[in-house]
Design a protein around this ligand. Structure first.
Ligand code: HAM
Length: 424
C-alpha cells in the first residue's frame, strides 16, 4: 500500500522539539500575563468572509493563499490565515467592550497559508500575538510595539531591526493612493502583471513589491508620511517619542504598508538577518476600522503577530535536541518482577513525582540496560528473578556503577529527597 505523508509545508514536531517549544511558550504565557493580556483560543476554522472582508481582495493572503472550501451545509469556510480577524470576531460576538475599556487578548496557535514553502515559510505555521482593542492613543501603540520587541530582546535574539511607519487613516490612504498612482503613471508599462493589477485596484500594495526593478521605480515615490494630516502626524510623533523613552531603537520606512489591508496609522515589523530571506520575525499595526467593518462599533485597536518557527530559528532552537533524561528506569525479569515493576513505577510517579520508565518489551537484561542508557537514566532498579524471590531490588547509580540492595516494599523511599533529609 502506498504510504501517506504529511502535506507539503506542514510539519510534525517531535518531543525533541516540543520540549523547546513548551519552554518558550511558557515564557510567552508569563510575559503576556504580567502585561495584563489574557489568552484567547478561537477555532481554527472560520467563515471565509471574515477574512475576505478585512484582509483585502488584492492581498496574496486572501487572493491565492487561503485554504477555503464549501462545507456540506453550503457555508464557505476557511482555515484561518491569521488570528487578528478571529480575535475581533470574538470580541464583537461576546461584547467584550462591555467588560473592559480596553480588551487585551493574546494567542498562540496555528495559522494556514498556501504559500510556496521554503526556509521560514510554511503552509501551517504557529503565530503568537496580541490584540489591544479599545484605545486610540499612541501610548497603546508604544506598549504593543515595545512588547513585540522586548520578547525578542529578552530571549536574546540578535541583530533586531524594528521598522515603523504610519499609513494614516482610510481617507489618507485613499488620498495617497491617488498621489502614488500619478507618480507611477509613466511607469505602468514597466510594472509586473501583478503590480499592474494592483495599480488598478490597490496601488499601495505596489510599495510592498520585492522585485528590484520595481523597487527602483518606487524609491523615488512621494512618501506617505507627507500625506498624513496634522493629527496623524502628531500621533506618529508621539509613538516615536514613547519608543525613545522606552529605549526601543527603530528606523522609519515610509514604504512599510504590510501585506494586509486593514491597517491604519502605525504599522511595524521586526526583522533579523540571522534567519535567512524570510526575515520578518513579526508584524503588526493599528486597525482602527476593523471592528466596525466586522459589524461592531467604531472601536480602535492595535496588535502584532509573530511566527513561532521563525523565533525558534532565531534562537537556534529549531534543531532537534537530546531527549531529556529520566530519573529511574526499572529493569525486570519474569512475571512477578513485572508486577513489582508496575507497582514501583506507580509509587515513584504518584507519591514522589519522579520521572520513571520501565521496560515494555520483555527484552533481555542487556537490552533493557541499553534502553536505560539510551534514555539517560540516572538510576536503574533491577528486579531479577533472584531478587524477587528474596523480596529485594537492586538500585544502581548509572554514572558510578555503584549499587546496593533494598527491600522491595520500601525501595521507593531511597528516592524520597525529603525523607532522606530527615534521616540525616
Ligand atoms: P503577518 O505579517 O501576515 O501579520 O504575519 C505575522 C508573522 O507571522 C510574520 O512576521 C511571520 O513571522 C509569521 N508568518 C507569516 N506567514 C508565515 C509563513 N507562511 N510561515 C511561517 N511564518 C509565517 C499578521 O498575520 C497580522 N495578523 C499581524 C497583526 C496582529 N496585525 C495586527 N494584529
Amino acid at each position: 500500500m502506498m504510504k501517506i505523508n504529511s502535506i507539503k509545508g506542514m510539519h510534525d514536531l517531535f518531543s525533541s522539539q516540543t520540549q523547546n517549544w513548551k519552554q518558550i511558550e511558557n515564557l510567552l504565557h508569563n510575559f503576556f500575563d504580567i502585561h495584563g493580556y489574557g489568552e484567547i483560543r478561537t477555532p481554527v476554522v472560520e467563515k471565509a468572509d471574515l477574512f475576505n472582508r478585512v484582509i483585502g481582495d488584492e492581498t496574496d493572503i486572501v487572493n491565492k493563499e487561503m485554504y477555503s472550501w464549501k462545507d456540506q451545509g453550503g457555508d464557505v469556510l476557511a482555515l484561518r490565515p491569521e488570528l487578528t480577524a478571529p480575535s475581533v470576531r470574538s470580541y464583537i460576538e461576546h461584547s467584550m467592550d462591555k467588560r473592559n475599556k480596553v480588551a487585551k487578548l493574546y494567542y498562540i496557535g496555528p495559522a494556514f497559508r498556501r504559500e510556496r514553502p521554503q526556509k521560514g515559510r510554511q503552509r501551517q505555521f504557529y503565530q503568537y500575538g496580541i490584540e489591544a482593542i479599545g484605545s486610540e492613543h499612541p501610548e497603546q501603540d508604544a506598549e504593543v510595539i515595545s512588547m513585540a520587541y522586548n520578547i525578542f530582546n529578552m530571549l536574546g535574539v540578535e541583530n533586531l531591526e524594528l521598522v515603523i511607519n504610519s499609513v494614516g487613516s482610510r481617507e489618507t490612504k485613499k488620498k495617497y493612493s491617488k498621489i502614488l498612482k500619478e507618480y507611477l503613471s509613466d511607469n505602468v508599462e514597466d510594472l509586473s502583471d501583478v503590480s499592474k493589477e494592483r495599480y488598478a485596484k490597490n496601488p499601495l500594495r505596489i510599495l510592498d513589491s520585492k522585485s528590484k526593478e520595481e523597487q527602483n521605480i518606487i524609491k523615488g515615490a512621494p512618501s506617505i508620511l507627507e500625506s498624513l494630516d496634522d493629527s496623524e502626524k502628531k500621533h506618529f510623533a508621539q509613538v516615536q517619542r514613547f519608543l525613545d523613552k522606552l529605549n526601543i531603537p527603530y528606523t522609519i520606512d515610509p514604504q512599510l504598508v504590510r501585506g494586509l489591508d486593514y491597517y491604519t496609522l502605525t504599522t511595524f515589523e521586526i526583522r533579523t538577518q540571522s534567519i535567512g530571506s524570510q526575515d520578518a520575525l513579526c508584524g503588526g499595526g493599528r486597525y482602527n476600522n476593523l471592528v466596525e467593518q466586522l459589524g461592531g462599533k467604531s472601536i480602535p485597536a492595535i496588535g502584532f503577530a509573530a511566527g513561532m518557527e521563525r523565533l525558534m530559528m532565531a534562537l537556534n532552537l529549531d534543531k532537534q535536541t537530546a531527549e531529556a533524561k529520566i530519573d529511574v528506569f526499572v529493569i525486570s525479569a519474569g512475571d512477578d518482577a513485572v508486577t513489582n515493576s508496575l507497582k514501583i513505577c506507580d509509587t515513584l510517579r504518584n507519591q514522589l513525582g519522579i520521572k520513571v520508565m520501565m521496560d515494555f518489551t520483555r527484552g533481555s537484561f542487556k537490552s533493557q540496560m541499553r534502553q536505560a542508557n539510551k534514555l539517560n537514566a540516572e538510576y536503574v532498579i533491577i528486579l531479577g528473578e533472584e531478587e524477587i524471590k528474596r523480596k529485594v531490588g537492586i538500585i544502581k547509580t548509572m554514572s558510578s556503577g555503584e549499587q546496593f540492595e533494598a527491600p522491595l516494599d520500601t525501595i521507593h523511599k531511597h528516592f524520597d529527597v525529603e525523607h532522606s533529609k530527615d534521616d540525616e
